[in-house]
Design a protein around this ligand. Structure first.
Ligand code: ZN
Ligand code: ZN
Length: 411
């Protein structure tokens, strides 16, 4: 059992700093049966923060797996109208969203890749309006994680499972800057301030492109979209409320120009995509598009992501994280993107965040697409940072500025 005081502090952080629940606002917690304890703590904190009502959407990863094993693909692909209506209701009511994940590693391994892809596609398509709503920051939303025994056992296989779970909780608290002494809400104010200084510097440079190089074969140029905005830490929703979409977060990220990525990127951490773990993979880009790729483990799953729709082969996010960060320094591979992406420079295949371009939050998506915004059902982050990563920024007038040396910011 994790320390109750820490769980309460963590829940309070998710509610106050993460979603920043407003008095009288509807709160939707999207969660899993592996995170019951944290879910209750978050729900309680949400009411304490003045939530009008707290609604829950539960998932159970094992039961989802049974669906893939025993149900017909056509039946699985059907998204019932009431489920769409429910999300529409939450959107219309101006609810904020708190997602709690607690992954079961490999829970979907062996599931037919095509089945998985088609079912995911159907559900993402039906709920696209909801994703556009949250990704467009029309309301506050946040994503946090809870430990579970299966996840902990996978990360620390030589330990007793109870100890392993304890260790994973400790790592989560540490990564989220929650400890017995501090007020994490205050600590996060400082952290958000630090991220703001980094993003300000990057915005002031207004780079045309970034060049990435390291010893394991990454040799990549990522052109940035015109009028891009670097973001990191707290964000302001369209409703005016400041919130933190990811906890933890260490990244400064922006929008690439859809057709402007060239060269090869070699991943430095496994990618856990819907319970399937892709390892030792690389991608080759030409004019923004993935034209070649390979993976030592589960190439099929990688192919599934790339083939999800026509724009899944283009990237929508490029993120810089110093190798010397709290998560990276713990040197734990979490096998979960929320954590691992904050230990390493990463990019995302698929959809871009509208907030990463000037005027993007209020612009029409079709207009943004013409400028080089990538729109896709996929947003899949993978990690490629390393301790020897060098990044050079090219300014609009052709000057070269060293941004990263030996894995860390030098600006
Ligand atoms: Zn990111
Ligand atoms: Zn991302």
């Amino acid at each position: 059992m994790p320390n109750q005081i820490l769980i309460e502090k963590y829940a309070r952080l998710a509610v106050r700093t993460g979603a920043n629940v407003q008095k009288g606002q509807l709160v939707v917690i999207r969660t899993t049966t592996d995170a019951v304890e944290l879910t209750r703590a978050v729900a309680k904190e949400a009411y304490l923060a003045g939530a009008k009502r707290v609604h829950l959407i539960w998932n159970d990863e094992y039961i989802s797996r049974y669906g893939y094993d025993y149900a017909d693909i056509e039946n699985l692909k059907e998204v019932p109208q009431y489920s769409i209506d429910q999300y529409q209701y939450f959107v219309d009511q101006g609810a904020c969203f708190i997602s709690i994940l607690s992954p079961i590693p490999n829970v979907l391994s062996g599931v037919d890749g095509k089945k998985l892809q088609e079912v995911t596609y159907a559900s993402q398509k039906a709920l696209q309006f909801f994703r556009e709503h949250t990704m467009g920051n029309k309301t506050q939303w946040t994503l946090v994680a809870a430990a579970n025994e299966k996840w902990a056992a996978k990360l620390f296989p030589t330990m007793d499972v109870k100890e392993a779970t304890e260790k994973l909780w400790d790592a989560i608290f540490k990564a989220c800057r929650v400890d017995l002494e501090n007020d994490p809400v205050e600590t996060w104010k400082n952290h958000n301030q630090y991220l703001k200084t980094i993003t300000k510097k990057l915005n002031d440079f207004n780079f045309k492109a970034l060049k990435f190089n390291n010893s394991i074969g990454t040799d990549l140029t990522v052109e940035l979209i015109e009028d891009h905005i670097w973001a990191g830490g707290a964000e302001v929703a369209v409703n005016g409320v400041v919130f933190n979409p990811n906890m933890p977060t260490e990244e400064a990220f922006t929008m690439p120009y859809k057709w402007g990525t060239q060269g090869k990127v070699v991943a430095t951490k496994p990618l856990n995509n819907q319970g399937r773990i892709i390892e030792d993979f690389w991608l080759e880009f030409k004019d923004g598009k993935v034209v070649d790729f390979d993976a030592r483990i589960d190439k099929e799953a990688l192919e599934g992501i790339l083939n999800m729709d026509e724009n899944a082969r283009y990237i929508g996010e490029i993120a810089l994280i110093s190798h010397d960060s709290p998560i990276s320094n713990m040197d734990i591979l979490f096998l979960n993107t929320l954590y691992d992406e904050n230990a390493s420079c990463h990019m995302a295949l698929g959809r871009a965040y509208p907030m990463n371009i000037k005027g993007g939050l209020t612009a029409d998506i079709q207009e943004l697409e013409k400028k080089g915004y990538n729109n896709s059902l996929v947003h899949c982050d993978f990690m490629f940072g390393s301790s020897d990563m060098k990044i050079v920024g090219l300014t609009q007038d052709g000057k070269e500025i060293l941004v990263f040396e030996n894995g860390n910011f030098v600006i």
